[in-house]
Design a protein around this ligand. Structure first.
Ligand code: ATP
Ligand code: MG
Length: 562
């Protein structure tokens, strides 16, 4: 596995170039990366890009990758998220080096380093309120101005920081700021905040701390403590790289050539969905989806519940590659990766999504025949499955027409033969309808000589349709999913939740082969001619539930044109 491969050979992207250069210069003995999620939601497919990149590089360079929870915000984080994130990383096929790390483990160290910066005259406690701070900061066009607290003595600043830590000030009363340059063209260097006061209880450290480090302060130091060599993040942190470097260069423990360096790559954005955890959280909170693992969600737990495979997702990440160009990725690329993987691994079965009955009039009343069907037509090693045939069967409503519309029609029509997959050739004679004119039952005859062979008289039968024998059929609920939003980029809209696709879930009731009672959740099957589906056991139901993973062909690209 790697971040980008062609014929399984890594493509040399700019990050690999950098690593190769650094190794050539003997800057590092080995490569150390990290995946640093904030535990404030479930992981989504965008995170998969970062996971495959970080863990993939570590693997390819015989290095190591840490899993570090970036838990510097006490109020928004939950243990449920920590557990799901660990689970998702392992499901994707990766394992972290040693113990799971927590940024909160380093709280005492951050405090020491904050004191070091104060000692060096590089940090101060500032009592400007939020509005004043904004006003002093200036704008992109206008330099900021120095805070009146900027020149407080070191001794006083050390004392003030200790008081902040001990809860002597209220939330928002003051912050610790770096003393850099209020006229810098990079706003993030205009005396950025390093520490703020929060009285919330933290899930790892309880009430021990009253001050919490900002991301920019905590992240670079955590990287340095863990010996991270290449700290990879998304493009929006490009400017913050200056602050990352400034902090490490001003701390004696870390100001060395082999200290960590930050490199940015573009985030993954997928069409017709939203990717920020905050927005996904809103969908869950407002009950617009059934949960973080709703199969329509772009979360790893949702995709997995829908039947997406880890191998398919890794292949997708390989296909899109790593670059510095922000773009939207077409959903059909992800689906193609999943389809390619499932085509080779998914067992075949038959399911009828919108059933009508077929009565085989010349078949004995009380006979049930057991037949053998391949589990995978291109892979004999996968073995065979037992299916049944009798006088009463189900076929799909769309596979019968009273009159064949044209010569190319390859399904069942009156006086037109078709083969039932893995069974006999049948010919329709008549049909019944209900009061509304909907077809309920088709009557047919079968040719007993056509099991596994062509008709003896040489007549040609065009078309094969799937079926399920009625007496042994299991009732099933099929959940057919479509894109969650109606717009390509719903996240841009303030009221993105109003752009939900009302047809993102369509439920139908039908039947499946009896063998499907043992189908495992998350194991995708190919329902022949219908698509890939997997069992869902999360909801109570008297029926077996199958989620549609993906269709057999790309319908996304074509439906977009119409
Ligand atoms: P979100 O906006 O969804 O909350 P985030 O960046 O705040 O995303 P983190 O938990 O902080 O989420 O992310 C952990 C890692 O995953 C970071 O290194 C981040 O850059 C990366 N990441 C997050 N979203 C994407 C994405 N869409 N594409 C690539 N990498 C991503
Ligand atoms: Mg975040």
């Amino acid at each position: 596995m790697s971040d980008n491969t062609t014929n399984n050979k890594p493509v040399i992207n700019f990050i690999r170039h950098q690593i190769n250069d650094d190794l050539d210069k003997n800057l590092h003995d080995s490569i150390q990366t990290r995946f640093p999620p904030e535990p404030n939601g479930y992981l989504h497919i965008g995170h998969a890009k970062s996971i495959c990149l970080n863990f993939g590089l570590a693997k390819d360079y015989n290095g190591k990758c840490n899993l570090r929870f970036d838990d510097t915000n006490p109020s928004k984080e939950e243990v449920e998220f920590i557990d799901s994130i660990k689970n998702d990383v392992q499901w994707l096929g990766f394992d972290w080096d040693g113990e799971v790390r927590y940024t909160s483990n380093y709280f005492p160290k951050f405090y020491q380093y904050a004191k070091e910066l104060i000692d060096k005259g590089l940090a101060f406690v500032c009592f400007l309120n939020a509005e004043e701070t904004r006003e002093y900061r200036g704008t992109l066009k206008q330099a900021g101005k120095n805070s009146p607290y900027r020149d407080t003595s070191k001794a006083e600043n050390l004392d003030l920081l200790a008081k902040m830590k001990d809860g002597k000030f209220s939330e928002g009363e003051c912050v610790l700021r770096a003393k850099i340059d209020m006229a810098s063209p990079f706003i993030c260097l205009r005396d950025p905040t390093l520490y703020r006061i929060r009285f919330d209880k933290h899930h790892q450290t309880g009430n021990e701390w009253r001050i919490y480090p900002m991301y920019d302060f905590a992240h670079c130091i955590s990287d340095a403590i863990e010996g991270i060599t290449h700290s990879l993040c998304t493009l929006e942190f490009q400017d913050n790289r200056r602050l990352y470097d400034w902090i490490l260069e001003n701390l004696d423990d870390f100001n060395k050539p082999n200290r960590p360096h930050q490199y940015e790559f573009s985030r993954l954005n997928l069409e017709y969905t939203v990717m920020s955890k905050r927005k996904l959280q809103q969908l869950v909170e407002y009950n617009l989806v059934t949960g973080w693992d709703d199969p329509r969600m772009p979360t790893l737990s949702g995709l997995r519940r829908r039947g997406y495979t880890a191998a398919g997702i890794r292949d997708f990440i390989d296909r899109i590659g790593i670059s510095k160009v922000d773009s939207m990725t077409d959903m059909s690329i992800l689906e193609a990766s999943i389809r390619d993987d499932l085509n080779t691994v998914a067992p075949r079965t038959m399911g009828v999504i919108d059933p009508i009955k077929v009565i085989i009039e010349n078949y004995p009343e009380d006979k049930i025949e057991s037949l053998q069907a391949p589990i995978h037509p291109q892979n004999e090693a996968m073995g065979k499955r037992e299916i049944f045939f009798s006088r009463m069967l189900y076929i799909d409503r769309s596979d019968f027409e009273e009159v064949a519309p044209n010569k190319k029609f390859k399904r069942l029509a009156l006086n037109k033969e078709v083969r039932l997959r893995n069974a006999y050739v049948i010919n329709a004679t008549t049909f019944d309808t209900d009061f509304d004119g909907n077809i309920t039952t088709v009557y047919a005859t079968y040719d007993a000589e056509t099991l596994g062979k062509n008709p003896a008289d040489g007549r040609k039968v065009k078309g094969v349709i799937h079926f399920v024998e009625a007496s042994k059929a299991l009732k099933a609920e099929f959940r057919l999913y479509d894109r969650l939003f109606t717009l390509e980029n719903p996240g841009k809209n303030d009221h993105f939740e109003q752009l939900l696709n009302s047809e993102s879930l369509i439920t139908t009731h039908g039947v499946v082969e009896p063998g499907m009672k043992n189908a495992e959740p998350e194991q995708a099957y190919q329902f022949e001619r219908e698509g890939y589906f997997c069992r869902d056991d999360k909801d109570e139901s008297k029926y077996l539930i199958f989620n549609k993973t993906v269709g057999l062909r790309d319908t996304w690209s074509s439906s977009k044109i119409s």
